[in-house]
Design a binder for this molecule. Structure first.
Ligand SMILES: C[S@@+](CC[C@H](N)C(=O)[O-])C[C@H]1O[C@@H](n2cnc3c(N)ncnc32)[C@H](O)[C@@H]1O
Length: 289
C-alpha cells in the first residue's frame, strides 16, 4: 500500500556504500582502473578520506569530477593507492634477504628482481644498496613497478624529505648496512637526493597487478604491503602472477602483516623464513634448490 510519507530513506552508511560502488564503477568504466576486488572496508575509508581532502560533501560529488575532469584521475589514484613507504622498512627483512637469500642469488650469473608496488621508490634504493654492498649489483636487474604513475615519477627522482633520513639511517644499520646511509645521498636544504648511480640497473615501469600479466623471469619477487589492500581472490590472482614469474627455487618476500594462508596459488611455495614472510617456490622435485 502506498503511503503519503514515501519510502524510508536508507541510513547514511548504506547510501555511502552505494555511492562508493558507483564511484568504483565510474573509475573502471571511464579509465579502466579496477578497484572492485580491493578489500571493501579499507577502500571505503580511502574514498571517504578523498571526499574530505577535496572538501566535497558526498562521494557522488567526486564521482562527477572523476567522470568529467581527466586531471582529477591522478589525485584519485594517489588517494586510493596509499604510496607510503620508508627505506629499509622492517630492517630484519632486509637483514634476512642479505644473509639468507643473497647467498643463493649469488649462484646465478644474472639476477632478476621484480619489486611490485614500489611506491616512491624507497625500497628500490634500499635493495640496490644492499646488492651493491653484497657485490651483486653489477649483475642484477631490478624491475620496479607500480600502477601509480606519479609515484613512479617520484621514485625515479629519488628525492625525499631530509626529516626521514634519521629513521632510515637507523633502519639501514639495523639491516646490517656496512657504511653510513649518508654515503648514498646528498642533502640540500630540507631534501635528500639518493645517488642516481643506484638507479643504473633499475627499470621503473607502470604495471597493474589487477589487469596486467607477467613480464619477466624473476629470481626474487618483493611485494610488500600491497596484498593487504586486496580481497582474497585478488590476492590469489597476484600470487599466481608471482608464481608464474619466478624461476623454480626463486624467492617471494611479502609484507610482515601479509601471508599466503588460504590462497590456492600458494601451494607451490614453502616458507623459508615464516616470521618475515619470505617464501621459496619449490623446485619441480619439491626440493627448493
Ligand atoms: C603501502 S605501499 C607499499 C610500498 C612498499 N612496497 C613498502 O612496503 O614500503 C602500496 C603500493 O602498492 C601500489 N599498488 C596498489 N594497488 C596496485 C596495483 N593494482 N598494481 C600495482 N601497484 C599497486 C600502490 O600504488 C602503492 O604504491
Amino acid at each position: 500500500m502506498n503511503t503519503l510519507a514515501g519510502p524510508t530513506p536508507p541510513p547514511d552508511t548504506v547510501l555511502e556504500d552505494i555511492e562508493v560502488e558507483l564511484f568504483v564503477r565510474a573509475l573502471k568504466l571511464r579509465y579502466g582502473y579496477d578497484f572492485s576486488q580491493y578489500a571493501p572496508a579499507s577502500l571505503k575509508r580511502r574514498v571517504l578520506q578523498l571526499v574530505q581532502a577535496q572538501h566535497a560533501d558526498t562521494v557522488s560529488a567526486i564521482t562527477a569530477r572523476l567522470l568529467h575532469e581527466p586531471d582529477f584521475l591522478p589525485v584519485v589514484l594517489e588517494g586510493l593507492s596509499v604510496p607510503v613507504s620508508e627505506m629499509f622498512r622492517d630492517p630484519d627483512v632486509f637483514r634476512a634477504l642479505r644473509e639468507q637469500v643473497f647467498p643463493v642469488l649469488a649462484s646465478y650469473p644474472q639476477i632478476n628482481i621484480w619489486q611490485a608496488g614500489c611506491a616512491h621508490g624507497q625500497e628500490v634504493y634500499s635493495l640496490a644498496i644492499l646488492l651493491e654492498e653484497a657485490g651483486l649489483y653489477e649483475r642484477s636487474q631490478i624491475y620496479a613497478t607500480d600502477f601509480n604513475e606519479s609515484a613512479l615519477n617520484q621514485a625515479q627522482e629519488g628525492i625525499y624529505p631530509a626529516r626521514d633520513a634519521q629513521l632510515w639511517s637507523r633502519n639501514y644499520l639495523a639491516a646490517g648496512g656496512s657504511h653510513s646511509l649518508a654515503d648514498y645521498y646528498s642533502a640540500r636544504y630540507e631534501l635528500i637526493k639518493l645517488d642516481q648511480r643506484l638507479r643504473r640497473n633499475v627499470i621503473f615501469a607502470n604495471h597493474n597487478l589487477v589487469t596486467d600479466e607477467v613480464f619477466c623471469e624473476a629470481h626474487l619477487v618483493l611485494c610488500r604491503n600491497v596484498l593487504i589492500y586486496f580481497s582474497d581472490p585478488l590476492q590469489d590472482r597476484t600470487l599466481g602472477l608471482f608464481r608464474d614469474s619466478l624461476v623454480r627455487g626463486g624467492f617471494l618476500c611479502l609484507g610482515t602483516r601479509e601471508s599466503l594462508a588460504f590462497a590456492p596459488s600458494a601451494v607451490d611455495f614453502t616458507p623459508m623464513n615464516a616470521a618475515l614472510r619470505i617464501y621459496r617456490l619449490e623446485s619441480r622435485n619439491g626440493g627448493g634448490g
